[in-house]
Design a protein around this ligand. Structure first.
Ligand code: UPG
Length: 481
């Protein structure tokens, strides 16, 4: 009979899929041949997301590691969902019987089932098959701590965080002003809040939560979760889990990298807003004006608004989006790249000295890995909380503040040009002299993160403990009665 396998159920978005897959591969390698990895691939709900997943699967299937991919049958899409996370949770729920059948049909004994943070309805399949189940949490431990607290917070909130006075107690963080609460759960009257609360409750049913973080990054939060004041699952902090493409680099480096090659060290501010982030036309104009006035070199990944009912941004038309004369005025010191860019190659380039980011957790970790300080520009999801943590708790970022102005009857929130200019100047302040504290702190955190995943480091040790636990469990549940 084939050896035991770990079954992984990753979510389809780039920020989740690659992170979970990389974590699965680390378990596989740490297992030293004791376990293989089986990835159950859910059909992503849109064509564009499905093609991104397929590209990752093709590349990983050729990696030579003991990873098998199995596609799950398609299901009907739920309708009438108010928000992305609600859609995701209800879509996943519909897969429960397919997942159970797929796991039950595997030729290998199953060592453990690992599901994405939005896939907790699938814990039932593991329980029904008497298999140990873990959750892979691709975001911050602070967001996990908040999700675990949502049931008790519901009683404290009249409407939601948006109407709340005072601060929110997120275990292990300094008091959080309500404006930094994840936008996906500002109001408790929306279905999204119910779903996050549902997942938070279910986390405690898992054998453990594997987080993409480390003691060095979020030690206080990890300690606060484990302090016994409320029910909490075991946490395995094995991060930073960052995926690096192992395929040989192209003969000709990417155009962005070639442009960076011609810039002085630590002189360029890089701007990128994740896999689905984009700015509207008015915001693009403010950002352009601020960048121009800052006088700094920049590499800006500019995306256009999604089109055709798909939530992915389109390639931008800089001529249409940027203010007249901007490209001419910044020629030689600025580059605008209108489509997907090789973010990790850029952040790892010596010419990059700062990162204006939407604060997706993978982007934050990648920036810290390379010791690049950030300016925070959260857009959606849990990014406002990540931004707060990066500025107020870790000290590795400067904040970009929004101004809210009246626009007819509605309120409109914008990061104004003067704020961009101020924050970019502060972010790019050189080491020593007017040194940015965030730069020094980011360099320290970079060293700590790299050490954490090396032999003898905290995350390396946590990974080894987790694999030993999984292997012991296999021995337990496959032993004859
Ligand atoms: O032009 C681009 C844009 C993005 N990336 C990569 O895409 C990933 C983006 O991940 P992340 O920064 O986490 O952003 P999202 O894709 O927006 O991630 C989702 O998942 C994260 C992890 O749960 C959450 O923190 C975010 O809020 C959520 O939007 C990173 O690896 C980037 O390097 C590129 O390589 N090139």
């Amino acid at each position: 009979m084939a050896g035991p396998t770990i079954v992984l159920l990753p979510a389809w978005g780039s920020g989740h899929f690659m992170s979970a897959l990389e974590a699965g591969k680390r378990l596989l390698v740490a297992g030293g041949g004791a376990v293989s990895l089986t990835v159950l691939v859910m059909q992503a709900p849109t064509e564009i997301e499905a093609s991104v997943v397929e590209a990752h699967v093709r590349r990983e299937a050729a990696s030579g590691l003991d990873v098998t991919f199995r596609r799950l049958p398609a299901v009907e899409h739920p309708t009438g969902c108010e928000a992305t996370e609600e859609f995701m949770s209800r879509y996943v729920e519909r897969h429960a019987h397919h997942v159970k059948a797929a796991i039950a049909g595997l030729a290998s004994p199953v060592a453990a089932v690992v599901v994405d943070l939005f896939f907790t309805p699938l814990l039932d399949a593991a329980h029904e098959l008497s298999l140990p189940a873990y959750v892979y949490f691709a975001s911050t431990t602070a967001f996990l701590a908040l999700m675990l607290r949502l049931p008790e917070l519901r009683d404290d909130l009249t409407v939601g965080f948006d109407g709340m006075e005072g601060t929110v107690d997120v275990p292990g963080l300094p008091p959080v002003p309500p404006s930094y609460m994840p936008v996906c759960l500002v109001s408790k009257t929306v279905k999204n809040y119910d779903w996050f609360e549902y997942h938070g409750r279910r986390f405690t049913e898992a054998k453990g939560i594997i987080v993409n973080s480390s003691v060095e990054l979020e030690g206080a939060v990890l300690a606060a979760i484990a302090d016994g004041r409320r029910p909490a699952p075991a946490i395995h902090a094995i991060g930073p889990v960052i995926w690096f493409d192992a395929t040989p680099p192209p003969e000709q480096p990417h155009e962005c990298v070639r442009w960076l090659d011609a810039q002085p060290a630590a002189s360029v501010v890089f701007l990128c807003f994740g896999s689905i982030g984009f700015l509207d036309a008015a915001q693009v104009r403010e950002l352009a004006a601020g960048l121009e006035r800052s006088g700094h070199r920049f590499l800006w990944v500019l995306r256009g608004a999604p089109a055709g009912g798909v939530r992915y941004p389109t390639d931008a038309d800089p001529g249409e989006l940027l203010p007249e004369g901007f490209l001419e005025a910044t020629a030689g010191r600025g580059m605008v790249w209108p489509r997907w860019a090789p973010q990790k190659d850029i952040l790892g380039h010596a010419a990059v000295g700062g990162f204006v980011t939407h604060c997706g957790w993978n982007s934050v970790l990648e920036s810290l890995w390379f010791g690049v300080p950030m300016a925070t520009w959260p857009l959606y999801g849990e990014q406002h909380l990540n931004a707060f943590e990066a500025v107020a708790s870790m000290g590795v970022a400067v904040e970009l503040r929004r101004t809210t102005a009246k626009d007819g009857d509605a309120a409109r929130s914008l990061v104004e040009a003067a704020e961009v200019e101020r924050a970019v100047r502060r972010l790019m302040a050189p080491q020593g002299g007017g040194s940015s504290e965030a730069r020094e702190k980011a360099a320290e955190v970079s060293a700590a993160c790299r050490k954490a995943v090396e032999e003898g480091g905290s995350s390396h040790a946590a990974l080894q403990r987790l694999v030993r636990e999984i292997v012991r469990l296999v021995a337990g549940h496959t032993r004859p009665e």
